[in-house]
Structure formats: C-alpha cells, structure tokens
Design a protein around this ligand. Sequence first.
Ligand code: PLP
Length: 401
Amino acid sequence: MNRIYLDYNATTPVDPQVLDAMLPYFSADFANASSIHTPGQRARAAVETAREQVATLIGAKPQEIVFTSGGTESDNHAIFGSVAQALLPVRLSSQQSEPPHIITTTIEHEAVLNACQALERQGVSVTYLPVDREGQIDPEAVRQAMRPETILATVMQANNELGTIQPLEAIGRIAKDHEIYFHTDAVQSAGKIPIDVNALNVDLLSLSGHKLYAPKGIGALFIRSGTRIRQLLYGGHHQRGARPGTENVAGVVGLGKAAEIARNSFSHDAQRVSALRDKLEHGLLERIPQIRVNGSRAPRTPNTANIQFAGIDGEALVIALDLKGLACSVGAACSSGAIEPSHVLTAIGLTQEEAKSSLRFSLGRHTTESEIAFAIDAIPAAVAQLRSLSPTYRKEAASRV
Ligand code: PLP
C-alpha cells in the first residue's frame, strides 16, 4: 500500500543530507568534543559549526545557542531557569516577598503548560491568557496581566495543532518595556517562517530537531547574551556549564545541517507547501458538507490544516484514513490515546464534541501534488461512510433538508 504522511507536525523524517552529515560522527569521528586530542578537536569544530548554523537560522550569535535534548528540555530550561534565577536573591537573604509571576497562554504545548503547573504547585503564580476563536492572543492582554512580580512571559510562536502564529513582535515590545524575560516556543515555526530573535525581542527561544528534518532527541535553546537564567542540569563544564553532559555530536551536527537547509530552502518550501495546503482545504470544503477549517482567519504556518468534520468521531476517522494509507492526527500527537478533547481546540471555543471531530493534516517538504489529490478523494469517502453509520448525524442531516 502506498503510504501518505500528513503528520509532519508530529515529526519529520531525517533529511538525507542531514543523515549524510551525521554519519561520520557515529563511526570514524566518534570522539568526545571535550577531548583535547585531534579527533576531539574535530568533533568540537563540528559542534561549533552547527552552533553557527542554528544561530544563523534565527538571527542569533553562536554563543547564544545551547544544545539540549529537544523542545521539551528547552522549554523547561527557559521556564524553570528563569524562576530559579528570580528566586535566588530571595533565598539568600531569606526575605519574604511575593512569589514570581509568569504570563503564558492556554494553548501552549504541554512542555510549557505542565512546567508552569508544576511551578504553581511550588507557589509560583501563573496567568494563562485566553485566545480568540482563531487561536490568537491580544498583546494588550499581556500588558494588562503584568504585575510588579512578573518575571517571564512565555508565548509560543506557532501552535502545533492549528498553526496559528502569535503577534510576538508586539508582545516582545511589551515584555521589554516591563523589563521581564520573554520566551517563545518556536518548535513548530522554525524552518517554516522566518525568525529573527532581535525583531521579535525574545530573550529565550526553543527549537526541536525532529520537527525540522533532524533526528529526535536534539534541540536548542537560544539564550540572549546577558539573560541570566539558572541551568536545569548540574554536571561538567560542557557548553560553559549552561547545559552539562557530553554533547550528542551527531545530533548536534544534524540539527546544524537541518537549520542550514531550512534557511536556504524555506521560502520556496513555504510557497509550495502552502499552495498544497490550500488546495487540500479547498478540495475538502467543496466536496464535504458541514466542515470548517479551525483557525483559518489568523496568520498560520504554511503547512497546517485543522479541520472539523461535523458528526464524526476524530479517532474513528484517523483509523479509517490509516486503513486507506493516509497518516494524520487528532489533537496533538502527544495526547492521542487520551480521551480528553484537545485543550487547544476547546480554548478557541469549540465544544468537546466539535474538538473531538477535528483532525490535523500537516504537510511537509516531501508532500506531493499527487498525495494531496489522493487525500482529496480519500477523505470525503471516509467521512461519508462514517456519517452514514452515525444515527445522530443522519437524523440531524434529515432535519436540515
Ligand atoms: N513544543 C511544541 C509546540 C511542540 O509541538 C512539541 C512537540 O510536539 C514540543 C514543544 C516538544 O518537543 P520535543 O518533542 O522535541 O520534546
């Protein structure tokens, strides 16, 4: 069976050029990048080249890039590290003062939400800003949420389920005016839209390799020079102590190469992929009654379509499409298996039922015209079949005629 993969927001395949760049570091060039001998120096040079490549993708300086194990670690490092730094003087002088306050949104990835919730249990105060029906936050709401004890705003750049892009520049200016740190989770935007950390006024930015055609288990955190946050891990002096642990040289090289490819090809990729995404959405809207594209009126990443199919159980549709060879997802990949509807979709005002009837199709570098043509045929047939089996949908459809 021909398999069609429309789940690039869950993960991407490793680009063949990325794999080629990595392979020597598993065999001939296996040395520890902290060793002072020649093989070690070669590994070090490869790590530093990768640091430059990642920095270039986001307009940062190489010394502002810390390699991590992925997006989750980068998010946790930014959030826990900011709070630990803010608490430090208080602990030392054992003064009683208001606990630190963080501003975030209701549609963040669990890597941010669960980190914030863990901190709340330790007494930190967190404001979760609501989003509008398209999944955007109002920068003014960030300004209004500011308190004297606010230390950090963390707002994702693009949402993993909807693709909605947040107005980071405006939020960044507000954060700067209030002299607080501004973190963004750019895991779903890096390589899809241009990123300039200076234009966005961000101090901290998270990246993940496996959303960018590099392998799983490698990521990066941008920490603007002068930003004082505590490290998450304690150990050796790797990466100047910011993130101890022997560097994953092959992974780091892969992330660097992936960043370089993304930078050189993303404007072409973005145009091609958004044309295919639009074709998919229009094709489905023409062929299937009672569907709606979630978040379509906000600026979105070029590759993401989140579609609500009235009267359908999303999981049943994912399985029906899988049987036809098409891979897509319901809610976020990390939460599939859980029965709860997506927190992102309920945050944009969908009912539990509407959220559960929504599917995410995320396209990528290898998506072709013929795959989209197949999807435009396969999805309406699967929807019609599932709806014909649903007594509630049939009854509602009959009452509409
Ligand atoms: N942030 C966002 C927006 C994501 O989509 C994901 C993964 O789905 C993560 C963070 C976590 O990244 P990682 O899988 O590299 O830990």
